[in-house]
Design a protein around this ligand. Structure first.
Ligand code: S3P
Length: 166
């Protein structure tokens, strides 16, 4: 595939807790592609955890950092990129991803996401299940619109989903 920047990346998008990072790691290993995580890029460049950035600098600042992390991938080749769950909240990010490759939406259940969220240290406003549920509903159409391909990951193990990706 020839994209504007010739990068040919694969972006995993989906709600927090959908297993994007684990899957990117598995599938990356399978296909000998390097995998990276937009949250990790932001943390590395900023020197603060995601939660800290949200708490001290606010979501808008986090979104700016997220967009510049995405832009930094224009000079790379053939990555598997696990995107932060809110990547679709910033319209230019969707454009950037399409310029650099293909978007795969991992569509899971809200219940599974919530279970994962409870287990992880995440931004404070996700600790309210009501708020998380609203975000889930708000974002679903955004993910679907941004996706070149949607993978239904409900009731599937990582092995099943890795197989779907192949
Ligand atoms: C966010 C999801 C997180 C992280 C940040 C904001 C969101 O990423 O970017 O906490 O708004 O859904 P993961 O989906 O990788 O956990």
């Amino acid at each position: 595939q020839h994209t504007k920047h010739g990068c040919d990346h694969i972006f995993f998008i989906g709600f927090l807790g959908a297993g994007k990072s684990t899957l990117a790691r598995n599938v990356g290993t399978m296909f000998k592609r390097r995998f990276i995580d937009t949250d990790r890029l932001v943390v590395r460049r900023c020197g603060k955890s995601v939660t800290e950035i949200f708490e001290t600098e606010g979501e808008d600042r986090f979104r700016e950092l997220e967009t510049s992390a995405l832009r930094s991938l224009q000079s790379e080749r053939s990555l598997l990129v696990s995107c932060g769950g809110g990547i679709v909240e910033t319209p230019v990010n969707i454009e950037l991803m399409h310029e650099m490759g293909t978007c795969v939406y991992l569509e899971g259940d809200f219940e599974d996401s919530i279970r994962q969220i409870r287990r992880s240290d995440t931004r404070p406003d996700f600790r309210s299940p009501e708020h998380a549920a609203r975000l889930f509903e708000h974002r679903r159409p955004l993910y679907r619109q941004a996706a070149d391909l949607t993978l239904d990951i409900r009731n599937k193990s990582f092995e099943d989903v890795s197989y779907l990706c192949a």
